[in-house]
Design a protein around this ligand. Structure first.
Ligand code: G1P
Length: 287
């Protein structure tokens, strides 16, 4: 199963990061020195993805500008001999073939993925949720692509979460196939305690066959009155094979302040340009 296309939904309103996200897309908030969405795009590229569709909406044009050339900035950096800055500015525009489409109404993640139908065509594709930055040796999307190839199946990235918070995610019904890989039998979005299948939740990464589109077109609004991707997946895993991959990675949910700060501090602690200073700074404020 060759996976060359990826879809990144970035049409959320960013309400958990207000007021900053009133006029800046939450995906453009910097985690150390790069906007959050660049980490997601880099994961896709490092997984062998060549074409990336970002689903945006009104007020998100800064994302398109970021992945485009910026002739004025580049000319000025070139003129003043700031070559390493120039390379950084150019790099984000050359990461992959970037495509953009607007989701005109906020109708949920499932509806957002449906906007990718004509981009995807008849191929399997990856989905990377913009809030979830993953740090791992093998990119999480690559871990999923490998499982999809091995089992000739769709795959979803899953990890165990506390039962106390699973109502914020979804819950998978699974059967073990091998170490860290399970057959997905069912899944429920934002389950109430009596509806939980297991403590495995899907976290931000998917490799799907185009069969999902026919399903999503017929999916009625679910949790929160929105068309849920998870409801489509519950259907997909009953008509085609789907595996759940307990992926190896640390996940940062940058869609909320705590996760955003965790990513910022931990990434800065690994950045040679600031880590020595930051360590001292944190020590000084550790009282
Ligand atoms: C979305 C999905 C949910 C998933 C979660 C974390 O929820 O609908 O199934 O578990 O992302 O990736 P949201 O965070 O948009 O509420």
């Amino acid at each position: 199963m060759k996976v060359k296309k990826a879809v990144i939904p970035a049409a959320g309103l960013g309400t958990r990061m207000l007021p900053a996200t009133k006029s800046i897309p939450k995906e453009m908030l910097p985690v150390v020195d790069k906007p959050a969405i660049q980490y997601i795009v880099e994961e896709a590229v490092n997984s062998g993805i060549e074409d990336i569709l970002i689903i945006t909406n009104r007020g998100k044009s800064a994302i398109e500008d970021y992945f485009d050339y910026s002739p004025e900035v580049e000319a000025s950096l070139e003129k003043s001999g700031k070559i390493s800055e120039l390379n950084l500015v150019r790099a984000s525009a050359n990461l992959a073939n970037m495509h953009f489409i607007r989701q005109k109404e906020t109708k949920g993640l499932g509806h957002s993925i449906l906007c990718a139908k004509s981009f995807v065509g008849n191929e399997p594709f990856a989905v990377l949720l913009g809030d979830d930055i993953m740090v791992s040796e093998v990119p999480v999307t690559k871990q999923l692509i490998d499982a999809s190839e091995k089992y000739n199946a769709s795959s979803v990235g899953a990890q165990q979460v506390d039962l106390g918070v699973i109502h914020k995610y979804c819950s998978l019904k699974i059967e073990k196939l091998e170490e860290k890989i399970f057959k997905a039998l069912d899944v429920i979005e934002k389950p109430s305690p009596d509806k939980v299948f297991s403590n495995y939740a899907i976290l931000g990464r998917y490799v799907l066959t185009p069969a999902i589109f026919d399903i999503l077109e017929k999916t009625s609004p679910g949790f929160g009155g929105e068309i849920q991707l998870t409801d489509g997946l519950a259907e997909l895993c009953k008509i085609e094979d789907m595996v759940a991959v307990d992926f190896d990675a640390k996940r940062y949910d940058t869609g909320n302040l705590q996760g955003f700060l965790e990513a910022t501090i931990e990434f800065a602690l690994k950045d040679p340009s600031v880590n020595t200073w930051l360590r001292e700074y944190l020590k000084m404020h550790n009282s």
